[in-house]
Ligand binder design. Structure first.
Ligand SMILES: *Cc1c(COP(=O)(O)O)cnc(C)c1O
Length: 218
């Protein structure tokens, strides 16, 4: 799909487009940059840092992959948004490392919406605990901007729809509870399901293969 068509579709839906460039070369990123794209998503820290070093400073790098606690120190302060906070331990570590760098790190809470074991995320109780912890002022060096989720990888639209509905209602509930400003981002939708995600209230889609072509893993 052409970049221009996709970015226009996102604009019309009031959603931010994250171009997921994982595994893709610098030249592919430069191609979209030349057309105006400024937000790119990566899921490996080393790869993200290499690309960041080689590319213009006005690119915002979003970290969308599984994040190990011991690797957080490499990521801070290099990611403008972390989509994938899936444990309290990780939240504690991000807050601590951000404090050391004297920065406030923007992040999303990753919610488990798919049945698949491989898809991480927080359950309702953990989300509640975290929202309460932030409301009480326990995390001065993080800015929780909203939530992220990955639907089951299936052609069955009703499964994906019900997972997106669940995430949207969880997000809306949390938003009502949040005592801070800027809890406004719902990151849901990838190449195969972004249209359904936009219909269900997504404000940010993460799109890789539709823009860059299929990934080849070596
Ligand atoms: C790889 C990835 C994407 C993009 O996937 P596509 O199907 O290529 O659009 C989106 N979100 C996350 C978390 C990913 O890891």
């Amino acid at each position: 799909m052409s970049y221009q068509d996709l970015s226009q579709e996102c604009r019309q839906a009031n959603a931010t487009l994250v171009a997921v460039s994982k595994t893709k070369p610098i030249s592919a990123i430069e191609g979209l940059y030349a057309q105006g794209q400024r937000i790119f998503g990566e899921n490996r820290i080393e790869e993200m840092l290499e690309k960041k070093e080689a590319l213009p400073d006005d690119i915002e790098w979003h970290f969308i992959g599984t994040l190990q606690t011991k690797k957080v120190k490499k990521l801070i302060p290099n990611a403008s948004l972390i989509h994938s906070v899936d444990s309290i331990k990780l939240l504690d570590e991000i807050n601590k490392r951000s404090e050391q760098h004297n920065v406030v790190t923007s992040l999303l809470l990753q919610v488990k919406i798919a049945k698949e074991e491989s898809k991480h995320g927080l359950d309702a109780t953990q989300l509640m605990d975290i929202m309460n912890g932030i409301n009480k002022g326990g995390y001065p060096n993080i800015h929780c901007r909203g939530m992220m989720g990955m639907a089951t990888f299936t052609d069955d639209k009703s499964t994906v729809s019900s997972e997106f509905e669940y995430l949207k209602s969880t997000f809306d509930q949390a938003k009502r509870k949040a005592t801070w400003q800027g809890f406004d981002t719902l990151s849901m939708g990838m190449s195969g399901d972004y249209k359904l995600a936009l219909e269900h209230g997504s404000t940010m889609v993460r799109i890789g293969s539709l823009l860059f072509g299929a990934r080849e893993y070596v």
